[in-house]
Ligand binder design. Structure first.
Ligand code: C2E
Ligand code: MG
Ligand code: MG
Ligand code: MG
Length: 279
């Protein structure tokens, strides 16, 4: 039955618990083999400065294209990779590939920008994360300042340990940001303890800034607070000119979203880069 389901495409909204479990275990197995079989690629989404509209960074977003099942959303497979532990190897692949790619862009002569890599909770608590990151920087030759690690509030299982890990990472010279800011339940007082550089405003807030005055108030407040704490702010999920104008008025530093670009294969980053800033 599972086989039949695979051939007919995915059933994202199944009512049958057994099918859900079948699909999860099928994906869990697929994830383990996917790395060896080269089924993962990375797309890059530009992060744009709102001061001069230049690319200041790109976020690395993992893509999984299975030969039989087609493309599977990270929103579905990342949580499974987390649960089963395969995120550790997959995460290392993303880090290494993103650093290698960014170094390649620099060697091509593009003005250097940062590559931001998502780090999941399970990766964050692995005891040798700093060593892994440091070894990858050495191996790829990328300068630490051109790597950013995106952490979410879910990594904070123990505040003291989390701060210690962040400090080790920050000491390497990499940038740290808090992703999906505003959707977790962590205390704001952490913000003054974390050695971070930026907050990423979650796309759910960005989406409603023109239609919901309360979301608009929250976004204004986050920007103001971040600046008062000496942090940079980037808005995720910017899709319209109206949203962009609002963010510019509120002095948000950077934006990322479909209004500018979707996540793109590496080659297309080179193409748009030359369009935005001719060499
Ligand atoms: P995220 O890190 O918050 O990434 C932003 C997500 O929003 C991406 O979805 C991106 O494609 C999407 N997005 C960007 N601009 C817009 C927009 O204007 N409108 C809308 N509606 N969406 C936009 P994606 O690529 O499907 O990734 C989903 C999540 O999966 C990511 O959320 C991240 O939490 C996770 N993820 C992706 N790649 C990795 C990875 O390499 N490692 C880990 N640990 N997690 C990853
Ligand atoms: Mg992210
Ligand atoms: Mg996010
Ligand atoms: Mg997210």
């Amino acid at each position: 039955q599972a086989k039949e389901q695979g051939k007919n495409g995915f059933q994202f909204f199944t009512r049958d618990m057994n099918e859900t479990i079948d699909r999860k275990s099928k994906l869990a197995t697929g994830l383990r083999k996917g790395l060896e079989h080269g089924e993962f690629t990375i797309h890059y989404q530009p992060q744009i400065s709102l001061q001069n509209e230049q690319i200041i960074g790109v976020e690395a977003l993992l893509r999984w294209n299975h030969p039989e099942w087609g493309s599977i959303s990270p929103a579905e497979f990342i949580p499974i990779a987390e649960e089963t532990g395969s995120i550790t190897k997959i995460g290392e692949f993303v880090l290494e590939e993103a650093c290698r790619q960014n170094k390649y862009w620099q060697d091509l002569g593009l003005a250097p920008f940062r590559v931001a890599v998502n780090i999941s909770a399970r990766q964050f608590v692995q005891k040798d994360l700093t060593e892994v990151v440091s070894a990858i920087l050495d191996k790829t030759g990328l300068d630490a300042q051109y790597l950013e690690l995106e952490l979410t509030e879910t990594i904070i299982q123990n505040a003291d340990t989390a701060i210690a890990t962040m400090e080790e990472l920050a000491a390497l010279g990499v940038h740290l940001s808090i992703d999906d800011f505003g959707t977790g339940y962590s205390s704001l007082s952490y913000l003054k303890l974390f050695p971070i550089d930026s907050l990423k405003i979650d796309q759910h807030f960005t989406r409603n800034i023109k239609s919901d005055s309360k979301d608009a108030a929250l976004v204004k407040t986050i920007i103001r607070m971040a600046h008062d704490l000496g942090l940079n702010v980037i808005a995720e999920g910017v899709e319209t000119l109206e949203q962009l104008d609002f963010l510019k008025t509120e002095q948000c530093n950077q934006a990322q979203g479909y209004y500018f670009n979707r996540p793109l294969p590496a080659q297309e980053i080179e193409d748009i880069y030359y369009t935005i800033e001719p060499a």
